[in-house]
Design a binder for this molecule. Structure first.
Ligand code: PRP
Ligand code: URA
Length: 246
């Protein structure tokens, strides 16, 4: 049994009584609170190494909690002094992430599930109006193994409008029907959760280190922590697409 609080959502679009599980780690106290406080604190954010490191260790701890929900089968291990059966995960895992802010989070998951295969999707948000109040998602790259029959972990630190993850889910589902999807985020907005619920198959689970109150006009999560990709890797040119298209 997990020590974290569960929210159960009924999927309105599905006729069956499908339940989507949403897990919010911030509902119970753990050392994650320390990492989250540093991620959110604008003074600590000046240290990019620490910022990436905190994202990575939240990934490691979320992966550890998630590992308790996998299926296991015993394997006989021979030590120098005898033998014993140890239950080992029997599922084939694929860890998929969304470039670029997903990279340190992905690394945390991969440190824990070191035998997993991996997928990468490029998706970034672009403002599509002058006022910067509407965002569109640009995707143009995916590298993935088959996910058919596998347990697919889609890890991206931010779930804001849900556009990036919905696009990533759509792309990844073209690589087969997974046995189960776990969507893992550091901070989610309730609006984003509603959007991905429409795209996720029945029986999926959403894991969040925190669910914040919502988004501001520019579609940033509030209180959130700001632009995750920029905080990890530095600011990117917003006008790059226009320059490239010239
Ligand atoms: C961030 C984050 C998500 C996305 C979430 O990426 O990694 O992919 O925002 O926002 P959404 O739910 O509204 O789609 P971003 O677009 O900032 O790209 P970056 O990682 O390259 O900076
Ligand atoms: N992407 C981010 O990096 N931060 C947000 O608050 C929303 C989307």
């Amino acid at each position: 049994m997990h020590h974290f609080e569960y929210f159960l959502y009924f999927c309105p679009k599905l006729k069956t009584k499908s339940i989507m599980e949403v897990i919010d780690f911030s509902k119970s106290n753990s050392i994650l609170n320390r990492y989250m406080s540093e991620l959110r604190d604008k003074n600590y954010q000046k240290n990019r190494l620490l910022f990436r490191h905190n994202i990575k260790r939240i990934g490691e701890m979320m992966a550890y909690e998630l590992s308790k929900t996998l299926e296991y089968k015993p394997k006989t291990i021979t030590t120098p002094l005898g033998t014993l059966d140890i239950p080992l995960p029997k599922e084939d895992l694929v860890i998929a992430t969304v470039l670029r802010a997903g990279l340190p989070f992905h690394e945390g998951f991969l440190d824990v599930f070191d035998r997993a295969d991996n997928a990468f999707v490029s998706a970034f948000r672009m403002y599509i109006n002058r006022e910067h109040t509407e965002v569109g998602i640009h995707t143009d790259y995916i590298a993935t193994p088959s996910v058919k029959g596998k347990t697919l972990l889609i890890v991206d630190p931010m779930l804001a409008t849900g556009g990036s993850l919905a696009a990533a889910i759509d792309s990844l589902l073209q690589a087969g029907k997974p046995k189960k999807i776990h969507l893992c985020c550091v901070i989610a907005a309730p609006e984003g959760i509603e959007v991905v619920k429409e795209t996720l198959p029945e029986g999926s689970t959403i894991w969040c280190a925190a669910i914040d109150q919502g988004m501001n006009e520019q579609k940033y999560i509030v209180p959130g922590f700001g632009d995750c990709g920029d905080l990890c890797y530095g600011e990117k040119l917003q006008s790059f697409r226009k320059i490239a298209d010239k």
